[in-house]
Design a protein around this ligand. Structure first.
Ligand SMILES: NC(=O)c1ccc[n+]([C@@H]2O[C@H](COP(=O)([O-])OP(=O)(O)OC[C@H]3O[C@@H](n4cnc5c(N)ncnc54)[C@H](O)[C@@H]3O)[C@@H](O)[C@H]2O)c1
Length: 352
């Protein structure tokens, strides 16, 4: 299948492009390169531009009339930046996505897979969330993800009365870590703000110590609990959502779910790992020792949650296969080749 991939030069989008290609599909990337590197588009069909550019989208669909679905990854993703510059996040993530969806509707496109986030959930007492659990996005970034979901649901619902009804699956990612095991792409920012990035910075001597932010949460060891998903498993979840798109809605309907045109699905492992447990596992694979200090909670953080993955298993036939330890091994392997891979921008890439 040929698919439009917005944000296909990014960390998760590029990994998903590799999984799509492995599965015999053809990604057509639209990315502004505001953060993703050109190197990850190398050898792929690539249009540089903004997802809100309707004229560019029309050209892409004119040149690729056989595109059957859109995987929408493009977004600004840094939580702290979203707190400092909320307008940027609402304009880019929400207004930009609205423009994209309206163009897709005008073009008669019927399938959208949207990158949502588990950060929209409230952290519950039992630390496990399903797709009907209460929501409480705590940052402008998380709110931009939830707003985009709501907007997409309304647009899909209204389109059911038209000649070209559109449906959408929102994949609510938990905590992606690791890299493509074949090392085609991976985290490209030298010091990403997520936990593995911060641990890696200490392991490589770019930071002096790792601070555990919060040790008094109601978890088994007091540190925050997360559901770390290997980015390759996450990429394969997109392939499963694409290939099983129509049947997911059929299964949801036969379950009596009211969601006829918009289906949120958690993508996690279902296993919660505490920050302290992850740090211990990291210390076991790190070639250099890590200094760890306990620190205070960060504003806006919660005890966390892990995924109830029942829907992903029953509607998509997908379940995570890889462990957090395998994600860390892939992350180390990627670090060793990252600079060389990023400078490998192949001028033969079909950039438009
Ligand atoms: N990384 C995570 O931990 C995480 C967790 C949950 C959800 N997500 C979601 O997954 C998606 C991908 O995240 P990622 O980690 O790969 O981020 P990323 O920053 O690596 O990728 C995003 C890509 O979108 C592109 N982009 C941004 N704005 C654009 C625009 N207006 N038009 C065209 N391209 C644009 C960027 O250049 C970048 O290549 C995002 O939607 C993010 O919200 C990520």
């Amino acid at each position: 299948m040929k698919v439009l991939v917005t944000g296909g030069a990014g960390f998760i989008g590029s990994t998903t492009c590799s999984a799509l290609e492995d599965g015999g599909h053809t990604p057509v990337i639209l990315d502004s390169l505001v953060s993703g590197p050109a190197a990850f588009t190398s050898g792929r069909i690539f249009y540089q531009g903004d997802m809100a550019d309707a004229a560019l989208l029309r050209r892409i669909f004119d040149e690729h009339p056989d595109i059957e679905a859109t995987l929408h990854f493009a977004a600004r993703i840094v939580v702290s930046e979203s707190v400092a510059r909320p307008g940027l996040y609402y304009r880019e993530n929400v207004v930009g996505s609205l423009a994209l969806f309206e163009t897709l509707l005008a073009l008669g496109q019927r399938r959208v897979i949207f990158s949502s986030s588990a950060s929209i959930y409230e952290s519950p007492a039992d630390l496990r969330v399903n797709e009907r659990s209460p929501l409480r996005p705590l940052s402008p970034y998380a709110r931009s993800k939830r707003m985009t979901e709501e907007m997409l649901e309304d647009l899909c619902t209204a389109s059911q009365a038209t000649q070209t009804p559109m449906r959408a699956i929102a994949l609510r990612y938990f905590n992606p870590v690791g890299a493509d095991p074949a090392l085609r792409s991976g985290p490209y920012v030298p010091d990403p703000t997520h936990i593995l990035g911060r641990l890696m910075a200490v392991a490589q001597g770019r930071a002096e110590h790792f601070e555990i932010t919060g040790t008094d949460y109601a978890t088994r060891d007091g540190t925050g609990l997360r559901d770390y998903i290997h980015v390759w498993d996450l990429a394969l979840a997109h392939v499963a959502a694409l290939e099983g798109f129509d049947s997911a809605f059929a299964r949801s309907a036969s379950d009596g779910n009211p969601e006829v045109s918009f289906l949120p699905i958690n993508v996690g492992t279902g296993n919660g790992v505490t920050v302290r447990e992850l740090v211990t596992a990291f210390q076991q694979v790190s070639p250099t020792p890590i200094t760890v200090r306990d620190g205070a909670r960060r504003a806006g953080d919660s005890a966390g949650a892990c995924a109830d993955t029942g829907r992903a298993q029953s509607y998509l036939g997908w379940a995570a296969q890889l462990s957090a330890a395998q994600a860390m091994e892939a992350a180390f392997a990627w670090e060793a080749v990252r600079d060389q891979k990023l400078s490998d921008a192949d001028s033969s890439g079909r950039t438009r």
